[in-house]
Design a protein around this ligand. Structure first.
Ligand code: ATP
Length: 234
């Protein structure tokens, strides 16, 4: 479904990603793990078209999307749930959710989608008319994920969905991601919370200094010596 081949990308003259190759098959849940500054967010920004690769190609469902703008990539069905939620604080939860449905395919079905999405998020459903800023961090993360689903994505990408959340909320976030995969949405998760994300994913890539240094089944990465020492503190 998604394939990066030997992608270089960065900011100005600084190259951050060095020949990154990775793929995500339809229906899979794939994770990219790595420490601070490894290039995880840069990878997602490059896929969604906010950064342009300086080398290599990105294909989505057979189409070369390497040179498309973010607007065009989103129209094809890729959505990013950004790091730090980035809700509109003064708007209600309902208004925030409708902001997710701007994509052409999603706009006309927004009401129907909202009903479907709220089934996954009962606590969000109770808070539709509240201002987004009045929600707890965990509730805001759920709204950010629900907003992503409002775009009716084919590929939903998460940038550190567990960041800053209490352990019990982290469990809930990963449980919701699991439910989303079960509805048939393909998922790519970038995380520093290695234990949770490897348990949630089918496959994983380890990114260090902008390079993929390891890739394997998620369960195999959980028992890999390097992953255990560098990321799980075992
Ligand atoms: P984190 O978990 O800290 O967000 P990350 O793996 O997502 O880490 P990136 O945000 O992709 O890492 O950052 C990779 C490198 O790119 C870092 O060295 C960072 O300083 C640099 N970088 C990020 N954004 C910019 C920018 N707008 N301009 C210049 N350099 C940037």
């Amino acid at each position: 479904m998604l394939e990066l081949k030997a992608v270089d990308a960065g900011y100005g003259a600084t190259t951050i990603l060095h020949s990154v190759s990775l793929n995500v098959q339809a229906g899979e849940s794939v994770t990219i793990i790595g420490g601070n500054g490894a290039g995880k967010t840069t990878t997602l920004r490059t896929i969604i078209g906010l950064l342009r690769p300086t080398a290599g190609t990105i294909h989505f469902e057979g189409q070369d999307i390497s040179r498309l703008s973010a607007h065009e990539v989103v129209e094809l069905g890729i959505t990013l749930v950004p790091e730090g939620r980035q809700l509109f604080p003064d708007m209600t939860v309902r208004e925030n959710l409708y902001m997710g449905a701007f994509r052409r395919d999603a706009r006309s079905q927004a009401e129907k989608t909202l009903k479907e999405v709220l089934e996954l998020f009962p606590r969000v459903a109770e808070r539709l008319d509240q201002q987004a800023e009045s929600l707890s961090g965990g509730e805001q993360q759920m709204v950010a994920i629900a907003r992503g689903l409002m775009a009716r994505p084919r590929l939903l990408m998460f940038d550190e969905p567990s960041l800053g959340l209490a352990p019990i909320i982290v469990e809930q976030v990963f449980s919701v991601i699991d439910s989303i995969v079960k509805t048939g949405v393909t998922v790519l998760i970038v995380e520093q919370n290695v234990h949770h994300t490897l348990n949630a994913a089918d496959r994983g890539y380890v990114l260090e200094n902008g390079e993929v240094v390891l890739e394997d089944a998620a369960q195999a990465l959980l028992t890999n010596d390097h992953v255990r020492q560098a990321y799980l503190g075992i």
